[in-house]
Design a protein around this ligand. Structure first.
Ligand code: FAD
Ligand code: NAI
Length: 333
């Protein structure tokens, strides 16, 4: 039985691992975080979860629609009954209007990582384990974790990390650096959660704004702390990347009071910096990076243009490429 190491327990890694496991491969998943989820993580609080990363997902491909249907039936996902709105701010003049559409939007229940955890249910997962080096000897891979522990004897390795982190790992492993544009593919995003008792103007507020990308209200999300989450856009996040949470809380407070006209008390909850958040639409999506001779396979949401759905599809395609490659090898023996 082939032994496969999947590095990264975001949706790409989870989808790849589940597909490989289903086909009889022996899979172990590694993540540097304390739990699986990656950018689909919600933060647990006493009042409920806070979705600091992905807010919802849409399903357009047949493959992902089928998977979402399974999650819905298993109670791991639900439809987000959200009112959509548009916040425009031009030259300091801001306007908020309804922007209704009929797009189905889904959330994990009770947290964003619930669907992903369902995929990983029966798969060995090693967390708090940042892989810092890969070694290939006699066609067997060894993974070295920053704690000093090593995991050995893998036939193949899948890297499902953001490009900068994948490139770093390749470099530390003295492997060829396979990305041309690792630093530009994904852009940063500061995410800020704020408590305010006011009834929200919308649940999903798209922003055409010099600072913001999206404002979400969690009132209609099962299992969540009912609050606002503000996502600052890539340009503003990059410009102030190293500012402390207080800076972001102050920015969020001004926007909520002056642009969403919230009169009630506004309290800061959490600010989180995502260094590698969203696809840079100026850089073409590179697809999967595959080195079948070494059994090294690399992909992520960035392979196909960002978004939760693309992470799922990347995981599926990585697994299919490995399975196809082993079938070819068997046929030529
Ligand atoms: P990731 O989730 O980034 O997974 C990579 C994993 O690798 C991480 O868990 C990380 O801990 C781990 N890792 C990294 N380095 C190492 C190492 N050396 N060793 C071990 N583990 C390592 N998409 C939508 O469709 N809808 C949205 O509303 C939406 N909103 C978003 C809002 C924000 C703020 C952000 C950040 C993203 C949003 N996205 C959204 C994008 C979506 O979250 C991603 O496309 C998707 O979750 C990416 O999954 P992934 O598995 O490819 O990568
Ligand atoms: P979607 O179809 O809801 O949104 C796609 C885009 O269409 C939106 O970003 C927005 O610009 C526009 N849009 C959609 N409905 C709208 C409406 N009613 N009114 C005004 N504009 C509307 O979802 P899809 O295609 O699945 O995209 C995923 C979402 O994830 C997007 O909103 C994207 O911005 C967000 N995202 C955020 C990241 C971050 O770093 N904050 C990273 C990756 C994705």
């Amino acid at each position: 039985m082939k032994k496969i190491a999947v590095i990264g327990a975001g949706l790409t890694g989870a989808a790849a691992a589940a597909t490989l496991m289903e086909q009889g491969y022996q899979v172990t998943v590694f993540d540097k975080g304390r739990s699986a989820g990656g950018r689909m993580s919600s933060k647990r609080t006493e009042q409920g979860y806070l979705d600091m990363g992905a807010q919802y997902f849409t399903a357009r491909s047949e493959e992902f629609k089928q998977q979402v249907q399974l999650w819905l039936e298993a109670g791991k996902a639900g439809v987000w009954a959200c009112n959509t709105a548009l916040l425009c701010n031009e030259d300091g003049h801001s306007s908020l209007k309804n922007s209704t559409d009929d797009q189905a939007r889904f959330i994990g229940i009770p947290s964003m990582q619930s669907p992903l955890n369902a995929l990983l249910q029966d798969i060995p997962l090693i967390t708090s384990c940042r892989i810092q080096k890969l070694e290939l000897s006699q066609k067997r891979w060894t993974l070295v974790c920053e704690t000093g522990l090593s995991y050995t004897d893998f036939d193949a390795v899948l890297l499902t990390l953001p490009p900068v982190q994948a490139q770093q790992l390749l470099k530390q492993s003295r492997l060829p650096e396979l990305f041309h544009d690792a630093t530009t593919l994904l852009e940063p995003c500061w995410a800020v959660a704020m408590q305010a008792d006011a009834s929200p103007a919308g649940d999903a507020i798209f922003c055409q704004h010099p600072k913001l990308r999206f404002i979400s209200h969690q009132q209609h999300k099962t299992g969540r702390n009912s609050c606002y989450i503000l996502h600052f856009n890539a340009a503003f996040s990059a410009e102030h990347l190293h500012k402390p949470p207080e800076f972001w809380f102050a920015e969020a407070r001004v926007i909520l009071s002056e642009e969403l006209k919230i009169q009630q008390n506004i309290e800061p909850l959490v600010a989180h910096r995502w260094l590698y958040a969203s696809q840079n639409d100026q850089v073409p999506a590179p697809g999967l990076i595959t080195l079948p001779d070494q059994q090294l396979w690399i992909g992520g949401d960035w392979s196909y243009g960002g978004r939760v759905e693309n992470a799922y599809l990347a995981g599926l395609k990585l697994a299919q490429a490995i399975i196809h490659n082993y079938k070819l090898q068997q046929e030529t023996v």
